[in-house]
Design a protein around this ligand. Structure first.
Ligand SMILES: [Zn+2]
Length: 367
């Protein structure tokens, strides 16, 4: 594994210490191990429950059809999460089973999105079959479609060619979602630094060396910009379909550009799963963005680690300064709170999701 050494030698204090022969002091240390305790003393507020009940629109739960959901609901309650949107619904029978078990046990606590099976794309009749399956899945109770990042990255057609996100053979699916009035939550590509050189200038260096499979390149499979353009092309082409761009569309670190995108595409909203650390390092820019686009932002988290939600709540709700994030390979920097107003918090926590995702029980939420 490539390592970066942090050399602590310029400080006069250490210089004095070493000259006096303090042999236990560390002069070199791996970046991964350098984790200084902040000496900053400022007011701080740990937020373990959201101020208002919320809907997490980006969650993944498997086997909902076969397992008891009680402990999951208890964990949701502890966070004040009233509704979880499970994006890993699959399709056909397994989806139906999940929908039935939810309906029997906790009918108003879960929403499930269907997925598309891309196997055989290119074969005669594939598109028609996929559209029919989706219609059936929605009839069975699915309330949205989730597209995983394998579309664009690894999905191949029957001739072995990469299927671009804006492949015309998928147009009928996007159009059908508009007709059925269900949103498409779509994750395309990954953070741009995964395409960049893995060196001391790369902000995701630690993530790439700890997860080498995430490294991408211009030919693996295509440049980052190509994937983003493909995604934006379907947003533009299917104006009657609502798209939820996952992970702030991978522009959480360039909110001006994301704003331009949203300005031109009224059918697109965003969620901030796995990118709260980007927002928490630019509290002024992010607060302005949340003010301007308060009707276009949904709460999403992605990985189900209940303990980590408190970082999200704290960034959104408080005006705290310089507090820790929970995953160093996403962010080696500290967080600042955006201090959002109650009106904006309510929209982000539940009102926008209620407007966009069908069949959520509105009585679970304040007016
Ligand atoms: Zn996800």
């Amino acid at each position: 594994m490539k390592r970066i050494s942090l050399v602590i030698c310029s400080c006069l204090f250490y210089g004095t210490l070493f000259s006096q022969g303090a042999s236990t002091s560390v002069t070199k240390m791996d970046f991964e191990n350098y984790n200084p305790t902040s000496t900053l003393v400022v007011p701080g507020h740990i937020v373990t429950r959201s101020r208002f009940p919320f809907i997490d629109v980006h969650n993944h739960q498997r086997d909902m059809g076969s397992r008891a959901l009680g402990s999951l609901v208890t964990e949701m309650d502890s966070l004040n999460m009233k509704v979880m949107v499970n994006l890993s619904g699959g399709s056909g029978n397994s989806l139906k089973q999940s929908l039935e078990s939810v309906k029997a046990a906790y009918p108003n606590r879960f929403i499930i999105f269907a997925n598309i099976g891309f196997n055989g794309i290119g074969e005669k009749g594939w598109t028609e079959k996929a559209v029919q399956q989706l219609e059936q899945d929605v009839k069975n109770g699915a309330n949205g479609l989730k597209i995983f990042k394998n579309l664009g990255f690894s999905v191949k057609d029957n001739e072995g060619k990469r299927v671009p996100v804006n492949d015309p053979r998928l147009d009928a699916i996007w159009a059908k979602c508009g007709e059925l009035k269900i949103p498409v939550l779509i994750h395309t590509a990954d953070p741009k630094p995964f395409w960049d050189n893995v060196d001391e200038h790369n902000e995701r260096w630690m993530e790439i060396v700890t997860h080498p499979g995430r490294k991408r390149g211009a030919d693996n499979p295509v440049p980052w910009e190509t994937l983003m353009d493909e995604q934006h092309a379907i947003f533009k082409k299917h104006r009657n379909t609502t798209f939820i761009a996952a992970h702030f569309g991978w522009f959480p670190n360039d909110l001006a550009r994301l704003g331009q995108l949203l300005d031109g595409l009224p059918n697109v909203v965003v969620e901030f799963g796995a990118v709260i650390a980007e927002l928490g390092r630019q509290p002024i820019m992010a607060r302005n963005f949340f003010t301007r686009y308060q009707d276009r932002i949904l709460f999403g988290k992605d990985s189900w680690v209940p303990e980590e939600y408190k970082t999200y709540f704290r960034v959104l709700e408080t005006a705290d300064e310089y507090f820790p994030y929970h995953k160093k390979y996403h962010a080696f920097w500290s967080m600042y709170g955006l201090g959002l107003s109650e009106d904006i918090l309510k929209k982000v926590y539940y009102k926008n999701a209620l407007r966009i995702i069908p069949n959520i029980d509105k009585t679970l939420f304040p007016k």
